[in-house]
Structure formats: C-alpha cells, structure tokens
Design a protein around this ligand. Structure first.
Ligand code: HEM
Length: 319
C-alpha cells in the first residue's frame, strides 16, 4: 500500500513539475485520459488494415505539423471563411493525408475524456504508432502540447524543405528548427515507407547524374518526361519494402536508388555519406537515432500554456 501511495505521489509530482516548467511528459494524460494510447493504437491499426500506406501518411503529417509553428496541430485546420490554413500550401496540397484518421481518434477520445486531449498530441501518437506497427522502433511520446488558434500557409511554403533541395539546404532547413544534420539524416529514413508523386521526382530520374541507370529506366515507365502528364502517378520511396519500416532506404542510397533528389543528396559525396553507410549496415542504430530524432522534432515549439484543446481538430473553438 505504501509503495502504491509513493508511486502515486511521484506521478502527481512529475505531472505538476512538467506542467509548471512547460515541458512535455509521457505521463501527461495518465490520470486525465488513461485510455488515450489504447484508443490511438486501435484506430491506427484499423486504418492500416484498411490501407497500409496510411502509416506513412501519418508519420509525414507529424513532420509537416512540427515544421510549421511547432507541433501545434496547425496543419489540421481547414480553410473556413476568411481563415487560410496550411492545407493549401505547396508541400501539402493534394499530398498530405491522414486527416480522417485523426478525426476518428479525436471523436473517440472526446467520448471518453472530453476536452482534455489536444489534436497536436494525437498527431504525435499516431506517428509513433504508425512507425511501430510497420516494424519500426517504439518510444514513449512526450505529451502535453496544446492546439494553436492560428496556422501559417506562408511558413508551410517557406519552412518545409522541397524535394529539389541540396544537402546544404536540407541541413539548414532542419537547423532552423533546432535539429542537427544527424537528426535530418535519421528522420529522412522515414522515406523507407510511403510514396511520392511523379512531379516530385521527375527531374531527378530524367536529369540528375547520381541515379542508377536501371532504376531511372524503371521509374520513368510510370513517370513521363513531359510535365503535365502523369504528374500524380505514384512510386514507392523505398523500392524494396515500401510498407515496412526498416533501413532499406539507406541501402538504396548506397546504390543510387534514392527516389527524390533530396534523398540522394544524403549520399552524394557529402558530409552525411558516412552516417548513411552506418545506418545501412546497422538497423538498430538507425532505429534508436530515428526514435530520438522524432522526440526531438516533437519538441519544436509546443504550446504548453497558450493555445487551446480543440473540440474539433479542423476548426478553432468558437469564443
Ligand atoms: C528531408 C527533407 C524532406 C523532403 C524534401 C521530403 C519530401 C517529400 C516528398 C516530396 C514526398 C512525396 C509527397 C507526394 O508526392 O505527395 C514525401 C513523402 C513522405 N515523407 Fe518526406 N520529405 C522530407 C523529410 C521527411 C521527414 C523528416 C519525414 C518524417 C519523419 C518524412 C516522411 C515522409 C513519408 C512517410 C512520406 C510518404 C507519405 C505517403 O505515402 O503518404 N519526410 N516527402
């Protein structure tokens, strides 16, 4: 009994400490919504059974949330009336997916613990669960983010790196968010799952020289050279195992089979070559660096006292 009470005191103390210091904590909802993680896990499993690609889409959603105003659920806000959100920004429009899954999780969570859990935290948990369920690492997700009342389409256009980026541009885009080159190279390993549209890799497979010739020929089949034709045709970012979260992405880079120009930049005679080699040979190192970098990315600009807990992830609460 005494140990139970001690444990309870410790929990209460850690919750209080993190609330006071404005830090995130993996036990943030331990008493206010103890079934949260179960609800997220069950909903993500259902979504993956319906469409395996959704795991990749949910991981990307977290990245695109965190890089714009911090991890504050701003990407989830719909354009309503005069409100302009981030969904129409270049890197997001007709590309970012997963909003329905976040809505489903939120609807269940609101039934069980109304008004408590932020949309931003749901996005962070869904990204972790997707990674793990597809075979990647597991980690305790620091929680306690609140939701923004604003969004920034211009920041989404400026701060999310383009697939045409050079290595220097990638390092600086991540550096601007407090992430190191090592974090950037580890996080790019998320491209071991999911797909890209032809319009995002056309230049690379037709015009770059750092591409394996057989791979370029293969990808050109479903991605015509002329802009405007086949723009939205999909190809897997990882030609080997696009539904498994493994380290094949880095093995592809070693043989110049990166799909995006920005992917191949990580192994093109520059500063990240050695790390790419390490990740390609050591899946456990990649897994632990990826998990650590996701936690670090999840710490970009969280709202811990400002903001709100949205009732509907797509709109700011009225009044
Ligand atoms: C390093 C800079 C990055 C660039 C330039 C980049 C760019 C892209 C592009 C162009 C696509 C294809 C989108 C489409 O055609 O609709 C894509 C897909 C994807 N990205 Fe990235 N990305 C980067 C980093 C990241 C990071 C850090 C993550 C997550 C940690 C991530 C996760 C994903 C995933 C999982 C997909 C597949 C999504 C799906 O199939 O729905 N990316 N990325």
């Amino acid at each position: 009994m005494a140990s139970f009470r001690t444990w309870h005191c410790l929990l209460a103390f850690s919750l209080l400490a993190s609330a006071v210091s404005g830090q995130l904590s993996s036990t943030f909802y331990a008493t206010s919504c103890p079934t949260l993680e179960l609800i997220v896990r069950a909903t993500v499993i259902r979504a993956l059974v319906a469409e395996r690609r959704m795991g990749a889409s949910l991981v990307r959603l977290f990245f695109h949330d965190c890089f714009v105003q911090g991890c504050d659920g701003s990407i989830l806000l719909d354009d309503v009336g005069s409100f302009v959100g981030e969904k129409g920004a270049g890197p997001n429009v007709n590309s970012v997916r997963g909003f329905d899954v976040i809505d489903q999780i939120k609807a269940t969570v609101e039934l069980i613990c109304p008004g408590v859990v932020s949309c931003a935290d749901i996005v962070a948990l869904a990204a972790r669960d997707s990674t793990f369920l597809l075979g990647g690492p597991n980690w305790a997700v620091p929680l306690g983010r609140r939701d923004s009342t604003t969004a920034s389409q211009s920041q989404a256009n400026n701060d999310l790196p383009a697939p045409t980026s050079s290595l220097a541009a990638l390092i600086s885009a991540f550096g601007n968010k407090g992430l190191s080159a090592r974090d950037m190279t580890a996080l790019s390993g998320a491209h071991t799952i999911g797909f890209s549209q032809c319009q995002n890799f056309r230049d690379h497979i037709y015009n770059d020289t750092d591409v394996d010739a057989a791979f370029a020929t293969l990808r050109r089949r479903a991605c015509p050279a002329a802009p405007g034709s086949g723009d939205t045709n999909l190809a897997p970012l990882d030609a080997q195992t696009q539904f498994v979260f493994d380290n094949a992405y880095y093995r592809n880079l070693l043989v110049r089979r990166g799909l995006l120009h920005s992917d191949q930049e990580l192994f093109n005679g520059g500063s990240q070559d050695a790390l790419v080699r390490q990740y390609s040979a050591n899946p456990a190192l990649f897994a632990s660096d990826f998990a650590a970098a996701m936690i670090k990315m999840g710490n970009i600009g969280p709202l811990t006292s400002a903001g709100q807990v949205r009732a509907n992830c797509r709109v700011v609460n009225s009044s």
